[in-house]
Design a protein around this ligand. Structure first.
Ligand SMILES: [Zn+2]
Length: 85
């Protein structure tokens, strides 16, 4: 016999998905709160700003090899090429 679903928790949400049962409101709310907290922690650990692509373009063409490598690693060469083309 399977374990009873722990409703109102993210674990409960995962159990609903695993057992292919309809997710109840309490589990959906818990899952949303879990995701919101993960996003908040991620923002806290990886603070960032948004800059215009034109400014990124200027930075790119002035950048040292070290900065170019960091930009490549952050965006991926393909995306960086697409942004700056
Ligand atoms: Zn539930």
């Amino acid at each position: 016999m399977r374990k009873p679903i722990a409703h109102g928790t993210n674990n409960g949400y995962q159990q609903h998905k695993k057992h292919k049962t309809e997710v109840c409101v309490a589990c959906r709310m818990a899952h949303n709160a879990y995701n919101a907290e993960r996003r908040r922690l991620n923002r806290e650990e990886n603070p960032s700003v948004t800059i215009p692509i034109a400014l990124l373009d200027k930075i790119y063409w002035q950048a040292s090899p070290e900065v170019l490598a960091a930009l490549d690693q952050h965006f991926g060469a393909k995306k960086l090429d697409a942004l700056l083309s």
